[in-house]
Design a protein around this ligand. Structure first.
Ligand code: IMP
Ligand code: MG
Length: 177
């Protein structure tokens, strides 16, 4: 049995995403941006955030090796899919579902800096600050959350639960029995 406990409702998420979009719109006034989503977790956040950004915007996607079916980060990040276009001179906003240890975004940041973008910012819907192993911070962060494993709104456990509209804590059987 899966035990799900709502942590953030769809209404709370929508309000926060609108605020982040407005902030990005102000910060890049008169410029264009490329939203780079980290597959697959960031897709739903990117889709909603993009519609709150009132700027000339394009999308690209990048994929890295993930946790597999476990809850723990292996410590090694591998690029599985690179961006389709050159990012030279572009304003990049790297869009990620959650900042956890920071290994993924630290790796991707270095990877994208190699493209010589004009600017590079990080938008992360969730942030588990207490888990950080690399000194990286998000420029546009939705919610700081406790060290709990969460699913929904794009986030998965073994590829499931991405389609939940709310963000929920996935409790293991031991915790909830
Ligand atoms: P980091 O490299 O440790 O910062 O991990 C970032 C990635 O780990 C995210 O893109 C997520 O795919 C995954 N992740 C971290 N915490 C969670 C969680 O609570 N639920 C689902 N995925 C998570
Ligand atoms: Mg992910």
């Amino acid at each position: 049995m899966d035990h799900l406990k709502v942590l953030l409702t769809r209404e709370q998420i929508a309000k926060k995403v609108a605020e982040l979009g407005a902030q990005i719109t102000r910060d890049f006034e008169g410029e264009s941006v490329v939203l780079i989503g980290v597959l697959k977790g960031a897709t739903i956040f990117l889709a909603d955030l993009a519609r709150e950004i009132k700027l000339d915007a394009t999308f690209d996607f990048i994929a890295v090796s993930s946790y597999g079916n476990s809850r723990e980060q292996s410590g090694e990040v591998k690029l599985m899919k690179d961006v389709d276009q050159s990012m030279e001179g572009k304003n990049i906003i790297l869009v990620e579902d959650i900042l956890d240890t920071g290994l993924t975004l630290t790796y991707l940041k270095h990877q994208l800096i190699g493209h010589k973008p004009k600017s590079l910012k990080i938008a992360a819907l969730l942030d588990k600050i207490s888990r950080r192993k690399q000194p990286i911070h998000g420029d546009y962060v939705g919610f700081e959350i406790p060290d709990e494993f969460v699913v929904g709104y794009g986030l998965d456990f073994a590829e499931r639960f991405r389609n939940l509209p709310d963000i929920c804590i996935l409790e293991s059987d031991e915790e909830s029995s």
